[in-house]
Design a protein around this ligand. Structure first.
Ligand SMILES: Nc1ncnc2c1ncn2[C@@H]1O[C@H](COP(=O)(O)OP(=O)(O)OP(=O)(O)O)[C@@H](O)[C@H]1O
Ligand SMILES: [Mg+2]
Length: 263
């Protein structure tokens, strides 16, 4: 029995056969563990398998091989509701949520914790208000979700994930669409929640500053794993992205600072 919160053991996954009959991609023998309270990043090139991996960990894609364990339980032996009571997700694509207000979208995060016909409790309301406040979207709560800007949608979806009160938060490029101030604010807020987080990130300076550990995904495999200073080296970055970087220390945080060279 492991003390880890999330454990992926020898996980493999292949998409269903496409029209051409070719299997273009597989996740191969992925091993990963996330401890309670850890902030773990997944980085790597486009198409490397980050989203595919996160989908297996969130009980969306069923792996053909290996095991996903959450607090020692086999995730795929549990119900979707069991999973939703423990794992919250902010995905790479926006859901459409036609016609719903921002507040209604955030309130959806409480559904896994409510009985069938139960309406919003006072605790639910307090949690929803706090999340709207924390994400700076109180003034938007009665606006239609579908009409928001990309960054406002992203903050609404994070608020929904927070009210779900999860043990594990899975984020797929959460800073996409956000301006610099909101990028930093969102990750600072997530970090302060103190829960386990696994997040794909393309901005390596943010990964360096916020992640306790980082996995590098390339060609469906984990190519490297470790603390930011172990992983974000010029050599590993070149092997991963084929791009040259200068790595020095961030003047404020002392975490790695990556500057891409122009060819
Ligand atoms: N359901 C699917 N059917 C067919 N191919 C898929 C499916 N899901 C993912 N793929 C393929 O798997 C590969 C990995 O995709 P994935 O979305 O996991 O990459 P990623 O690392 O998240 O990339 P990005 O940085 O662009 O978000 C891609 O080549 C993609 O086309
Ligand atoms: Mg992706």
């Amino acid at each position: 029995m492991t003390g880890a919160l999330l454990t992926l053991r020898d996980l493999s996954w292949t998409p269903a056969l496409g029209g051409s009959g070719v299997r273009p991609f597989t996740l191969k023998k992925i091993n990963m563990r996330i401890e309670p309270g850890e902030f773990v990043g997944v980085i790597g090139p486009n198409g490397g398998g980050k989203t595919s991996l996160l989908r297996c960990a969130m009980r969306y894609s069923k792996p053909q091989g290996g095991r996903v364990g959450l607090t020692g339980y086999d995730l795929w032996a549990q119900s979707a509701r069991w999973s939703a009571q423990r794992i919250a997700v902010v995905g790479q694509e926006f859901p459409s949520e036609f016609g719903l207000s921002v507040r209604e979208v955030v309130a959806m995060g409480r559904i896994p914790h409510q009985g069938g016909f139960q309406s919003e409790s006072s605790t639910d309301r307090l949690m929803i208000n706090a999340a709207l406040e924390a994400m700076g979207i109180v003034h938007l709560q009665h606006h239609e979700f579908g009409l928001l800007s990309g960054g406002e949608k992203q903050r609404t979806l994070l608020a929904r994930a927070v009210v779900q009160d999860p043990e594990l938060l899975i984020l797929d490029e959460p800073t996409n669409h956000l301006d610099p101030k909101h990028q930093v604010e969102l990750l600072t807020h997530v970090k302060r929640l103190g829960i386990a987080v696994v997040s794909s990130l393309h901005d390596l300076n943010l990964a360096a500053a916020f992640c306790d550990r980082i996995y590098v995904m390339k060609d469906g495999q984990i190519a490297a794993e470790g603390r930011p200073w172990d992983v974000l080296t010029a050599d590993t970055l070149f092997e991963t992205y084929g791009a040259e970087a200068i790595v020095d220390a961030h003047p404020q945080t002392g975490t790695p600072r990556i500057t891409w060279k122009f060819v």
